[in-house]
Design a protein around this ligand. Sequence first.
Ligand SMILES: [Zn+2]
Length: 277
Amino acid sequence: MRIVLSAGKLASCVKEVVMSGRKLFIVSLVIGLLIVGCSQPGQSVEPVPTYETFGDPYKRIDIAADLYLREVQNGAYVITQDTEFAANSLLVEMADSTLVLVDTPYTIDATRELHGWIIEQYGDRKLIEINTGFHDDNLAGNSYLISRGVTVFGADLTADLLKEHNSPNAPPTNLYPIDEGLELTFGSEIVRVYYPGPTHTLDNVVVYFPDRHLLFGGCMVSGWGGIGSTDDADLDAWPVSLKSLEQFDADLAIPGHGDNFNPENIAETIEALENLE
Ligand SMILES: [Zn+2]
């Protein structure tokens, strides 16, 4: 007896086999995962963190009501003071164990809290700071850090602008000519401070950690889609200056404000500037 399957019957038969094959696959996958998950008891299956990005959302550490850190790489933390216009700073542990802080929070109190956490976390480590501009969200905590023996690097123009604006904030302790930028070496690792030209202020600089492919863009880079205050900005030069940041091979670009750390935030800031009324 010949069994003749119609095309329709054959198709549904094939479908059945594929379906049950898929079910079988899923069941064996689940069993496989259970076996993998249950094997090697007591051993962590988490990979050792590297300089790769950790992925978003990052591990968050609250250190005060309005102050928290996010660990964005192994030994690299974005510090956020969560005020009306939340602002970011960056703390990086270098190859020789020196800690580099890029910008302080908005206030002395928040800077004290942050410094306390650093001491608690790392003990009596060498800590240096780099200012990326003369606004409060860059350096209002300078005086506290300087009182704790921290060396603060900043551009000559930053010190000039503080004076010009009669700022109550302490200027950096170690000045460099802004057009020359700055390179600091910590064992096998360097940090580059680069001035791309006028942007959100005349003196904003960026800080690049080449071994980590980590760029602190600061207030010239927006991580929230908007532009914010343009009181001290050079709106014509800003997008041109931003284009020169393409030279950095960054995996992460930390903005002065906002949660978008993807380096595409640089192009997005240029676009937002071009669309400004
Ligand atoms: Zn800012």
